[in-house]
Design a protein around this ligand. Sequence first.
Ligand code: IPE
Ligand code: IPE
Ligand code: MG
Length: 247
Amino acid sequence: MSDLDNKSIPAHIAVIMDGNGRWAKQHALGRIAGHKKGVEAVRETVTACRELGVRYLTLYAFSSENWDRPAREVKSLMGLLEKFLKMELKTMLDRDIRLLAIGNCGTLPENVLKTLNEVISKTQGNSAMTLILALSYGGRDEILEAVRKIAREAAEGKIDPGDLNKEAFSDYLYTEGIPDPDLLIRTSGEHRISNFLLWQTAYTEFYFTDVLWPDFRKKDLIAAIRDYQGRERRFGKTSDQLLGDIP
Ligand code: IPE
Ligand code: IPE
Ligand code: MG
């Protein structure tokens, strides 16, 4: 199927799915047609990750800043999201995929939130892969919300600020219990983080491709993982230390 090393498949892949609008423009279509086409790439990526043994897949589907897009586009994106959730429930159940969402989900339209919660609850017992949708997600909002909660608990005397460490802090984020991404892919040639997983990507490997999201296929995912497998993750140490020559 691929020349990948099955022993070092990233446990968690995060994707900034970008370029739907430019894809549509290239094909002389409206932006919404680009988003519709993007859903096909989502399906293929979910299936491929499940087959390759990726344990967590986080997809940046809608940022806290995307609310500022034209109302018509926002409405279409919400409609596509609801349709996707309804259509993919069966696949998620068949393929043992659990769905989670991260973000300020309370701001989603009521019908979308209802469907989202239904799919989350129906798939909660699944364990082969966790698909995490970042919806109305902003990394700074996430950190701020955590800080507010911690400050409140400290004021109430429930926690001692001195006891707070990196691990404890992580538990206040939307991603509580989810390991940090090993690999972050951004499509469409943009080289920025756009407020995605700011805390969690401290040691994530980044991979950028010019491929526009609607054109992203399994071969592109494999190319990203192959690139990842060729890297040395040093986490601040030296290469020699990693090889075990020096303690
Ligand atoms: C990504 O594609 C989809 C969302 C952000 C929802 P874009 O819509 O950002 O596409 P470009 O960047 O305009 O090409
Ligand atoms: C990031 O893409 C958000 C999603 C992919 C959902 P954008 O297209 O919104 O990012 P910017 O604004 O170009 O940085
Ligand atoms: Mg974009």
